[in-house]
Design a protein around this ligand. Structure first.
Ligand code: ADP
Length: 394
């Protein structure tokens, strides 16, 4: 059993806290992905697990053993990195078996392990190939096979697909999932690509500025983000945010009014809150039957339209005269929505939109913490939807 536990891991460099009091509990057999923007501390966290760096504070426990001060080779881990460093003058067999030969394993044992690993990554029949005769994907598979032959308890993979082209990356994602199933091993994976994280992981650990923001299954991170950072980072295109305040009757900003009972969410009048809604949860009100529980309609104006084939991204603005700046992404007063590709919609057109209440989030603007992931209408129940409140024990 190779559970991996981080206890209060902090890693400080001179003036940077790369990892800030990280606590994680990864179970044997889990596929956990560290995701977050560049520089957030993903690799440093991984390096403390690997033993490539010593934490300033805290403990690393693998399979019940405190390994904080053990060298990498004694931790029962194998690593695969972004830069596939194969030995150019060695063929596939020699590359995969290199570590075992170095450790003077028996020839039969080496052959047995190499054969099995090659089978898992589907490189059988290529044992004599040299690295320069292989594609990027094949070379990456050699690197993975080299990690497999060591029979690790835990695989650590740091952006292993980053240098592959888009199509191959998608293919390798499926391969890694298959590998995970076949090997019944713990995989800890680092990526800045949230799509990669969403598709492969049992759980995603979202990290920002060295701090763990949320660790949950991908769809929980997507549907119930614990704070503004997770809400904005997970999902592409990103969630729309509208800053506003609580009135006696619900949410109000310059552009958006959503009636609900603030008391149902323990909100007081005047509180600064940010409303969040994903592009696919806003509907043209002529299509509002698509929203399970629509808000009253809001008037907006279409700006840029981006037909994607399977959907159209429509940038809406609330002020008809506003000039958009596509370089800056979604601006305050703008709303990105996704509509069906057959929708009759034109640029510079007045439209009415509704939000799906069941998919509309509220966050505390000051702390960023989620308040609720759905907003009940005032008249639906006497309680006004307290069930939806974050942290309720139901
Ligand atoms: P990520 O993998 O998420 O891109 P890193 O873990 O590589 O982030 O880096 C986290 C922070 O720690 C960054 O600000 C980075 O500049 C800093 N950092 C990483 N390694 C070192 C180092 N050896 N010396 C000083 N600062 C470092």
């Amino acid at each position: 059993m190779a559970d991996v536990t981080l206890e209060n891991i902090t890693k400080r460099y001179e003036d940077v806290t790369a990892v800030d009091d990280m606590n994680l509990d990864i179970k044997h057999g889990e596929f956990v992905t560290f995701v977050g923007p560049s520089g957030c501390g993903k690799s440093t966290t991984m390096e403390t697990i690997a033993g490539l760096t010593t934490p300033t504070e805290g403990k690393v426990i693998i399979g019940g053993r405190d390994v904080t001060n053990l060298p990498p080779k004694d931790r029962g881990i194998s690593m695969v990195f972004q830069n596939i460093a194969l030995f150019p003058h060695m063929d596939v067999y020699e590359n995969i078996s290199f570590g075992l030969r170095l450790r003077k394993y028996d020839k039969d044992e080496i052959d047995r392990r190499v054969e099995k690993a090659a089978e898992v990554v589907q490189l059988g029949g290529m044992m004599d190939r040299m690295p320069d005769e292989m594609s990027g994907g094949q070379r990456q598979r050699v690197a993975i096979a080299r990690a497999i032959v060591r029979n690790p308890d835990v695989f650590l993979m740091d952006e292993p697909l980053a240098n592959l082209d888009a199509k191959l990356r998608v293919h390798m994602r499926t391969e890694l999932q298959r590998l995970h199933k076949e090997l019944d091993t713990t995989i800890i994976y680092v990526t800045h690509d949230q799509a990669e994280a969403m598709t492969m992981s049992d759980r995603i650990a979202v990290i920002n500025a060295g701090q763990l923001q949320q660790i949950d299954p991908p769809l929980v991170c997507y549907n119930e983000p614990q704070n503004l950072f997770v809400a904005g980072f997970i999902g592409s295109p990103s969630m729309n945010f509208v800053e506003g305040r609580i009135t006696d009757n619900g949410f109000n900003s310059d552009d958006v009014t959503i009636p609900f009972n603030p008391a149902a969410y323990n909100l007081s009048t005047g509180a600064d809150v940010t409303l969040g809604v994903r592009p696919e949860d806003v509907f043209l009100s002529r299509n509002s039957r698509e929203a399970a529980d629509p808000t009253p309609p809001l008037t907006a104006y279409t700006d840029v339209l981006e037909p994607m084939g399977n959907e159209i991204f429509a940038y809406l603005k609330f002020d008809e005269e506003a000039e958009s700046d596509m370089e800056k992404g979604i601006m305050p007063g703008q709303l990105l929505i996704s509509v069906d590709p057959d929708t009759a919609i034109e640029e510079e057109q007045e439209v009415e939109v509704v939000l799906d209440r069941a998919k509309t989030h509220l966050f505390d603007t000051a702390t960023g913490n989620a308040i609720t992931h759905q907003i009940a209408p005032i008249d639906s129940t006497g309680a006004g939807g307290a069930d939806a409140e974050v942290g309720s024990d139901d």
